[in-house]
Design a protein around this ligand. Structure first.
Ligand SMILES: NC(=O)c1ccc[n+]([C@@H]2O[C@H](COP(=O)([O-])OP(=O)(O)OC[C@H]3O[C@@H](n4cnc5c(N)ncnc54)[C@H](O)[C@@H]3O)[C@@H](O)[C@H]2O)c1
Length: 369
């Protein structure tokens, strides 16, 4: 790049971490945020993030500016712009309306003198990026799709130590420019994969689809072991030691949930149906996840007495986050409470407050920050 200015639109959970790491690498970053209250918290550096390392990186940042004015990141000195706005789930996979709105607003500013690399880091339904790339190209904006493989609670760490970097583009020149930048954030020299836009979109979803299938498989084998009086830990430990399988995501526990795994699995299924292909593996994974939760509910009802208090040390979708979205443990706690069982749930003050306002005295509560 001729200069070291980078634009970023949508410094939310993911985008803020990318912006902070780019700034740490010496780039001057202009981040555009629409939510006024959040924008002020970022500008005054008073935002309190639940993500490790973010507060410290924000406090010490010197060349990271936040603004609500899109034009500030569309000046000629910004040759590379990242986009991380939300793409929430809907019944057609993802709702791209916010992302489309941003891309339209960019195009409304007219043609660029020098080529600009536009990196979409949002999760999109396969095919979305190619529907808009020609119009962008006509104005000298060149699209690269580069999703991050991260998990809530470890976003900075995952960006710094990714298993792979993924780039989808029609023109390799711009994908390579993006790789140069992303490889500076990644400290572990990960392999970079270059492919077409749609192939990269499928790769992103298929990776999560594989992981959900693996989790569902481990839980199903664990349930089978438990049903037949066998040792689930010994069985899964042995299977995982086969190098073709591996231990990661192969332990017995709650079903998968949260804001990414279930929706990415469903979106790939939706995309497959639209493409005229039945992706049975993704449908089976979803059903197996539900079956596992039902199994755990039945087991808890069988192995505990009516008077006994059942304690959940977390009902967020995984420990260490405040996210309750599609949490299987919360589903279990609610199902047991419905059967008249005494349920105590533990969580941070924020989580307990949310639970109290939603479920009131369905549960007993314990705050542990
Ligand atoms: N958070 C994750 O773990 C994760 C993981 C993989 C992929 N993703 C993908 O990354 C994208 C962003 O996810 P997130 O979790 O960071 O979302 P988020 O909601 O935390 O952040 C998005 C930010 O964009 C802002 N925004 C919305 N419209 C805007 C606009 N027009 N201009 C400027 N800012 C705008 C929002 O106010 C918010 O601060 C999504 O597509 C998501 O699927 C997220």
């Amino acid at each position: 790049m001729a200069n070291n200015s980078i634009g970023l639109i949508g410094p939310g959970r993911l985008g803020l971490c990318v912006a902070l790491l780019l700034e740490q690498k010496g780039y001057s970053v202009t981040a555009i945020e629409q939510n006024q209250r959040y924008l002020e918290a970022l500008q005054t550096k008073s935002f309190d993030s639940p993500e490790p390392e973010v507060n410290e990186l924000l406090r010490t940042s010197k060349h990271l500016r936040f603004s609500s004015d899109l034009k500030e990141c569309l000046t000629e000195d910004h040759e590379l712009i990242f986009i991380y706005v939300p793409t929430p789930e809907n019944d057609q996979g993802y709702d791209h309306s916010i992302l489309k709105g941003v891309l339209e607003a960019i195009m409304n500013q007219g043609e660029r003198k020098h080529p600009v690399t536009l990196v979409v880091g949002c999760t999109t339904l396969p095919g979305f990026n190619q529907t808009i790339e020609e119009r962008l190209k006509a104005l000298n904006y060149h699209l690269v799709y580069s999703p991050a493989f991260i998990a809530q609670g470890t976003i900075v760490k995952n960006l710094q130590h990714p298993d792979m970097l993924l780039f989808g583009a029609s023109d390799m020149t711009y994908a390579l420019k993006t790789e140069v930048i992303m490889s500076q954030i990644a400290l572990n020299h990960p392999q970079a994969h270059h492919m077409s836009l749609i192939s990269a979109e499928i790769t992103k979803l298929a990776t999560n689809c594989f992981l959900t299938a693996k989790i569902a498989f481990a839980n199903a084998i664990g349930d089978l072991a438990s049903q037949s009086g066998a040792d689930q830990k010994a069985i899964l430990g042995a299977i995982g030691s086969d190098s073709r399988v591996g231990h990661k995501y192969l332990s017995y526990g709650y079903g998968f949930g949260g804001p990414c795994f279930p929706r990415d699995n469903r979106a790939l299924n939706y995309f497959a149906r639209e493409a005229g292909y039945t992706l049975q593996i993704s449908e089976a994974t979803e059903r197996a996840n539900e079956q596992h939760t039902d199994f755990q509910i039945a087991q808890l009802l069988q192995t505990t007495s009516q008077q006994e208090e059942i304690y959940f040390d977390h009902v967020t979708y995984k420990p260490g986050t405040d996210i309750l979205q599609e949490s299987q443990q919360l589903k279990i706690a609610l199902a047991l409470a419905k059967e008249g069982r005494l349920i105590k749930v533990c969580g941070s003050s924020k989580v307990v407050q949310t639970l109290k306002s939603t479920y009131g005295n369905v549960f007993r509560y314990e705050v542990k920050n």
